[in-house]
Design a protein around this ligand. Structure first.
Ligand SMILES: [Zn+2]
Length: 238
């Protein structure tokens, strides 16, 4: 519906457009994914320019015309995440998080848990350099899967309900599987299984850690769940 509205958003991506404009992919607090044009932002004197960098959290006034893209008429910074931008590792993790949201959540349906999770992830990466770890990035990805409605079954066999001897992970069955149902699965060791279960249960700031081998198995479980159920293929978390 045409008109002007206010929302809060994270800038996921910014693309040069025309002579002085940018097209922004936004993930908003209450309208899901929104595409918007920021007119004249590449001019030196632009009022909006510096506030609309990717990874920024902003308050916006947008105008919805007849076209697909909104136009940004006002932008105020909520959180610029300046600390995150100073450290390469944090910046890469932040970009990974935005990329995952961009690929996995493309609807205009609001998803407050996903929005809050992304805000939380960027704030953690901004404030705490040690959060830029592979384990934390995997915990974020798993929580994002949950928020998107693709939670893998981790408590019992996804095929038969058995609670013991869970040594495999089957993307098609939708989670961990027991020895009797392991056709089509790959091995998921105890440490990887525990990592996934703890990553779901704990707040993002207290994400568990695990040995590299276990993290690689967890990475595969998350990635293949995403591919099989959401049809989204993301680069693995190195
Ligand atoms: Zn089973």
């Amino acid at each position: 519906m045409p008109g002007t509205f206010k929302t809060e958003a994270i800038v996921l991506r910014s693309i040069r457009y025309g002579e002085a404009d940018r097209v922004l992919h936004l993930y908003t607090a209450d309208r899901g994914r929104v595409g918007a044009v920021a007119k004249g932002v590449r001019r030196v004197k632009s009022r909006l320019g510096g506030r609309l960098e990717p990874l920024s959290r902003v308050k916006l006034v947008l105008h919805q015309g007849r076209g697909e893209l909104c136009t940004i008429s006002q932008a105020d910074t909520v959180h610029a995440h300046a600390g995150l931008r100073e450290r390469r590792a944090s910046l890469e993790r932040g970009a990974q998080a935005c990329e995952a949201v961009l690929r996995l959540l493309d609807s205009t349906d609001p998803n407050p848990p996903a929005y809050n999770l992304l805000c939380n992830e960027l704030a953690l990466l901004d404030e705490r350099p040690e959060q830029a770890s592979r384990a934390q990035a995997l915990a974020f990805r798993l929580k994002l899967l949950l928020a998107a409605g693709f939670a893998p079954e981790l408590a019992s066999c996804a095929a038969c309900g058995e609670a013991e001897h869970l040594g495999g992970f089957s993307p098609s069955a939708g989670g961990v599987v027991c020895a009797g149902c392991e056709a089509g699965s790959f091995p998921l060791g105890e440490e990887a299984h525990a990592f996934l279960a703890q990553a779901v249960a704990r707040p993002l700031a207290e994400a568990p850690d695990a040995p590299e081998r276990a993290l690689s198995q967890a990475d595969r479980a998350i990635a293949e769940t995403m591919e099989y159920h959401a049809h989204v293929r993301l680069r693995r978390v190195a």
